[in-house]
Design a protein around this ligand. Structure first.
Ligand code: HEM
Length: 144
């Protein structure tokens, strides 16, 4: 009886451990914000690749507003990579990440202003800038 009890306890423990290991693979709050801005970003990039169409301006503005909303929600969050670091490095990475995200928010606001002014050349430049910030941000702050 005692033997069975021990076996059941060990099996339960194994399940709990496996459960928490899988839980780590779930999307972080930051990954959720990033995923939420991704669809709008991809549509916008695709549209600008084939040359922006002034008739679609309202759609572009709505897409930038969506990206902006999720970028603003992302500022307060912490990259999963920072959580793997010692406190001092973690704080320094958080500060760098916040500054980088604030720059992207600024770029998005400039992109919005350019679209509102129907200045597609400026909008294209801002989108190129955002793409660079995105790549640099992922290289620096995203876990492999
Ligand atoms: C338009 C701009 C951006 C888009 C569309 C975008 C998109 C994405 C996507 C699709 C993911 C993967 C999410 C997942 O794992 O399910 C991601 C992850 C991530 N992105 Fe971005 N990203 C953008 C800009 C940035 C910037 C500027 C930074 C940093 C300043 C950044 C930092 C990160 C980090 C740290 C992760 C990993 C999530 C985590 O650590 O929890 N991203 N991004």
């Amino acid at each position: 009886m005692t033997h069975y009890f021990k076996t059941i306890m060990l099996l339960s423990l194994a399940c709990l451990t496996a459960g928490s290991t899988f839980a780590e693979d779930e999307d972080t709050p930051l990954a959720k914000e990033m995923s939420a801005m991704n669809t709008a970003y991809r549509s916008l990039s695709k549209a600008f690749r084939s040359g922006p169409n002034p008739d679609q301006r309202a759609e572009y503005i709505a897409q930038v507003e969506t990206i902006l909303e999720h970028a603003k929600a992302s500022v307060e969050l912490v990259p999963a990579l920072a959580d793997t670091l010692a406190p001092e490095q973690k704080n320094s990475m958080r500060a760098d990440y916040t500054a980088a995200m604030q720059k992207s928010i600024q770029t998005l606001e400039q992109l919005l202003a350019a679209l509102e002014a129907q200045d597609y050349a400026a909008a294209t430049e801002r989108l190129v800038q955002l793409k660079k910030q995105k790549s640099a941000g992922h290289q620096r702050f995203q876990e492999d």
